[in-house]
Write a protein that binds this ligand. Structure first.
Ligand code: OGA
Ligand code: NI
Length: 212
């Protein structure tokens, strides 16, 4: 498989991730891949496939709008064949993190995410209670014309202080799922992304547990 990014490039990003627990990578997806997944997003949206997101797995699962107001659609490499260039880049990311960050990542789970105007996701970490396999959170935004004042910033709580990440078009954010507390500030416009987690072990049933 042809890799998209050089080793030097990966090392630079991974160094930043190791140092500050997160890294922002702008223009991450090749344009063709970006168009493909964005078109796929719009198609699922038109077909009303998105569902109100829940919190926690299995018995813990409940819809708590005071905590999060987003809608999700879980994607799957086998079923959603047209997304393979996207999943190939996820595989590349996993391979490089394993190599240069000494992580034992062996799987992933991803959903498309839509935050309607007025929605948010309160401060949290990305680990379900009783599950420990989410190692790295990976988000890419599809907000074509995001501008200051639109809201929906990703707020990162770091020991040194708080940092805001603007959810701009084709920006990828990687951060440690277990340690980095974060929040999605109220968005005033529709906010689109693909959100996922690189897993310590293949959970196999991960997306089924977390869905619907
Ligand atoms: C999440 C999350 C952040 C974002 O889905 O768990 O924190 O910027 N998303 O969408
Ligand atoms: Ni989160």
């Amino acid at each position: 498989m042809k890799e998209i990014y050089s080793e030097e490039q990966w090392i630079e990003w991974i160094d930043t991730l190791a140092e500050q627990d997160y890294v922002c990578i702008d223009n991450f997806l090749p344009e063709e891949t970006y168009s493909l997944i964005e078109a796929f997003f719009n198609e699922q949206d038109e077909n009303e496939r998105f569902k109100k997101a829940a919190i926690g797995a299995l018995a813990d699962k409940k819809i708590v709008s005071e905590i999060r107001g987003d809608y999700t659609y879980w994607i799957d490499r086998k079923r959603d064949e047209s997304l393979s260039p996207y999943f190939d880049l996820v595989d590349e990311t996993i391979a490089k993190l394993n190599r240069f960050c000494y992580l034992s990542l062996a799987g992933y789970e991803f959903h498309l995410t839509y935050y309607p105007p007025g929605s948010f996701y309160k401060k949290h970490v990305d680990q379900f209670k009783g599950r420990r396999n989410r190692m790295i959170s990976m988000i890419i935004y599809f907000n074509e014309d995001w501008k200051p004042g639109d809201g929906g910033e990703l707020k990162m709580y770091k020991p040194e202080g708080e940092e805001l990440v603007n959810p701009i078009r084709n920006r990828c954010v990687l951060f440690r799922s277990e340690t980095v507390e974060h929040e999605v500030l109220e968005t005033l416009t529709g906010r689109k992304s693909v959100t996922g987690w690189l897993l310590y072990q293949p959970s196999g049933v991960g997306y089924i547990l977390a869905t619907s």
